[in-house]
Design a protein around this ligand. Structure first.
Ligand SMILES: *[C@@H]1O[C@H](CO)[C@@H](O)[C@H](O)[C@H]1NC(C)=O
Ligand SMILES: *[C@@H]1O[C@H](CO)[C@@H](O)[C@H](O)[C@H]1NC(C)=O
Ligand SMILES: *[C@@H]1O[C@H](CO)[C@@H](O)[C@H](O)[C@H]1NC(C)=O
Ligand SMILES: *[C@@H]1O[C@H](CO)[C@@H](O)[C@H](O)[C@H]1NC(C)=O
Length: 374
């Protein structure tokens, strides 16, 4: 009798659970394959192959330094307001998020906004209104970076209040709650400051960790280097890598399912001191091109074809580089991208994201990433 009971009971539960699980899976996404787009890329929104993404980020809305309201600049408003409708033509189920801030925004404006409840409310209310008015499914905060202990704790308050306002708005409007995401430093530890893990876990759907820009010719001029390595190699000058960052986030207590690994669709060009000394950490003399040395993947492929550049995949670092003459470029090609995406899947992360979709070359990297996850 008891045996029959215990045999039957789990099967009833498991049927019930499988129904619940099915319902859950059919409403919530189990992976993010994200991509950022920004107007300065010159890439038309209508040309984005949105079938290769689950989430597309429209970057960036601005934080007004006097009102602390989130705004879309007038020069971007036409493209931003039609972004969702445009990308859903090729993929009706793609979700869109409005990204706020970015590397070009002044972090002190975010710091000042997050300091007081009243200015946090300006940010929160205006961002929700802006997302709804422009048909986005979510919001993405790119504050680069909270840089003091009080910034970190204010960031925690901000996202906690953001989440409760989003839940509230959903109840009032009857619409699914806006997704809330933040683009964060590659590691949970920003120069000895810790991100507020509990607030992140409770308030954000997931975080995009920017696992690139580890080295560049402007801030690391004297040696070539793997600018977005997945692993630290033996002659590296420090412990910076994608894996170091992912490990730090998980050890700090963030669930892997809350993490999306960033991969770059661009690289950096150094000038070699000696064309014949052209490996990783070879002597260099700053950037090979004007500016910060960054080049989109499509530009790098053109450089390779036009100059017959030699290409190398370093499997220890998980990094590609190429060189011709004294120009040496660190970048991510198909092997780096697929290895990183498989790494993310193997670590049970929520997925990956790319910066930026307009730098791909005939969708080769986007397709590689999409298929590597499976
Ligand atoms: C977009 O991606 C899909 C899925 O991989 C592919 O079938 C299609 O050819 C791509 N479109 C373009 C224009 O590259
Ligand atoms: C929630 O919504 C109610 C009704 O619209 C409003 O009075 C309240 O202030 C809201 N709370 C938050 C945290 O936004
Ligand atoms: C690079 O080398 C120059 C010249 O030797 C030196 O002055 C500079 O400090 C070095 N830069 C870094 C970041 O090591
Ligand atoms: C690096 O470039 C500067 C100026 O462009 C030059 O003066 C210097 O000699 C170069 N250093 C090396 C090691 O080639």
């Amino acid at each position: 009798m008891a045996i029959t009971y215990f045999k039957k009971f789990p099967s009833v539960i498991s049927i019930f659970l499988s129904i619940l699980l099915h319902l859950h899976l059919s409403t919530a996404q189990s992976v993010t394959k994200g991509g950022y787009w920004f107007p300065g890329s010159g890439f038309a929104v209508s040309n984005i192959n949105s079938s290769l993404f689950t989430h597309l980020f429209c970057a960036f809305a601005d934080l007004d330094p006097s009102t602390y309201q989130v705004k879309i600049s007038s020069s971007n408003s036409a493209q931003f307001s039609t972004f969702t409708q445009t990308v859903q033509q090729k993929n009706p189920s793609v979700k869109t998020l409005l990204s706020i801030g970015g590397g070009g925004a002044n972090p002190s404006t975010f710091s000042a906004m997050a300091r007081q409840a009243s200015t946090r409310k300006s940010f929160i209310d205006s961002s929700i209104n802006l997302a709804r008015a422009n048909n986005f499914h979510g919001l993405d905060l790119d504050w680069e970076y909270p840089s003091s202990a009080s910034d970190m704790s204010n960031f925690g308050s901000l996202i906690t209040e953001w989440k409760s306002s989003v839940a509230n708005e959903s109840t009032t409007s009857g619409k699914p709650p806006l997704l809330l995401v933040a683009a964060l430093f590659y590691s949970s530890n920003y120069y000895s400051l810790n991100y507020p893990i509990q607030a992140i876990s409770n308030s954000l759907n997931w975080v995009n960790i920017m696992a690139y820009d580890f080295y560049g010719p402007l801030w690391y001029p004297n040696k070539t280097a793997p600018s977005a390595a997945l692993y630290v190699v033996s002659n590296a000058p420090n412990q910076v890598s994608g894996d170091t960052g992912v490990t730090a986030w998980i050890q700090a207590g963030l669930a892997p399912k809350k993490l999306a690994l960033g991969v770059p669709f661009y690289g950096y060009a150094w000038r070699l001191v000696n064309a014949n000394n052209n490996g990783l950490f070879a002597p260099a003399n700053g950037s090979a091109i004007p500016g910060d040395g960054s080049m989109g993947y499509n530009q790098i492929r053109r450089f390779i074809n036009q100059n017959g550049a030699k290409t190398v995949f370093n499997s220890a670092a998980v990094a590609d580089y190429c060189y011709a003459g004294t120009t040496w470029i660190s970048y991510d090609d198909t092997q780096s991208i697929s290895t990183k995406v498989k790494y993310a899947k193997g670590k049970s992360l929520f997925g990956y994201f790319v910066w930026h979709v307009g730098a791909d070359n005939n969708w080769v990297l986007s397709q590689t990433a999409y298929q590597a996850w499976g």
